[in-house]
Unconditional design. Sequence first.
Length: 482
Amino acid sequence: MVARVIPVEPFDLVVFGATGDLARRKILPSLWRRFADGQMPPEGRIIGAARSRLSTEAFRALVAEALNEQPAATTAERAAIGPFLERLDYVTLDAGDATGWQMLGEQMREGVVHAHYFSVAPALFPALAAGLDQHGLNRPDTRVVIEKPFGHNQASAQALNAMLARHFDESQIYRIDHYLGKETVQNLMAVRFANILFEPLWNARFVDHVQITVAETVGVNGRGEYYDAAGAMRDMVQNHMMQLLCLIAMEPPYRFDSDAVRDEKLKVIRALDPVQPEDIVRGQYRAGGGGAGFADEVGNPGSTTESYIALKVGISNWRWRGTPFYLRTGKRLRARASEIAVTFRDPPHSIFGEDAPWRANVLVIRLQPDEGMTLRVMIKEPGPGGMRLKDVALDMSFAEALGGELPIPDAYERLIMDVIRGNQTLFMRGDEVEAAWAWTDPVIAGWEARGERPHPYDPGATGPEDALMLMHRDGRRWREIR
Ligand code: NAP
């Protein structure tokens, strides 16, 4: 199989916050890999901008160090480091004052795509947006990329959107949810809408329930202050898990086009039922396994923030009324595993007798690790001993199915190239973000009003015991986290 790499148009991409963690770990390595692959054209240019006083050479040295730390680079990628670094420039710029803006303006070329990546704290977004305007850097086709958190509730998300709207048209704004850039997540749309097989079954008549799991083994990883203020609901459910739920539940868009897809996702969010208090379990990891507990890690002994959440939600529309969606995510769990499992209903009648062993068909879409899909089906157990049934997995690892020839790219690689291509399909629109908060806010307000504390759980476990009950009382079980 030959990969088809179509270079994007020449561009000037400004990375504000180019010396920061996200730029060094994700943005610049992703651009380098796209450069090595021939997708970033030689005329593409990246201008790093931050307050640190660095020469272009010093910035390139910093980026070289970051690239050399990247795991599993191919020989071609290593060879591309030198030529890639030549595509980098640096401007010392303080978002908060006039320093550097004129210099940045002088660096920007005519006749190429202009994109500005705000890889800085959200508090700096207004200053950057105003700076672009004031210094003549906001052309009608200029694109701006922003990172979550998109507010911490509906009101702040509305304020952020209103601020952005004062400077940019919605078609200029690229809100990154990196989950949408994952290959498997996009595959979800291919599986649903490029095959006739699943669509007739994709509704409450045939789907018993859906489980969405994002389990992490890590703790808060030095982001204690942010995470203690956010918690799993704001950090994961409101955005990443909501997006996964939307892609599973949405109606077929009339075409694979940014507004058509986002319109359908928005309808799902608006149709989500309010979550009942008895349908939420929050957890917080204790100390154990040589690690500190959550509260110590975030430096707040009285913290009531959840590092784990499990909840059940229904969707009030014709397709999904009667099929619950169970979502769970947490830190310091047994394994790092993200998956969506669609469990189908039992057949209406067993011709093999009431005693025949029975397992429901399950379609599992694995996001990580080992991206792929599994369909569990019933077959006859081989052998002459009669008609004995057995459930087996039709298993497909994407890496294996694609012959190992096409390495699965990091989500950021895809998303940054989409920014340059001007394709917003995999980015969140402002109204989607606000609708997601409109659903999230009352859930959080509910547990705050009730003064509930999260249930403690052991690191390395699968979450608090009560989360098991959430499923058991409905006669269902969580899938194993392994
Ligand atoms: P970070 O490591 O703290 O980096 C912040 C960057 O902003 C640095 O390059 C800093 O450089 C620059 N900066 C600070 N004040 C500035 C100013 N006044 N003018 C210009 N530049 C300034 O933060 P980060 O982790 O990279 O996160 C960046 C953004 O991505 C944040 O919005 C964060 O919420 C979001 N995000 C990050 C991650 C992640 O994995 N890191 C994940 C999701 C979302 P100087 O000090 O040299 O100015």
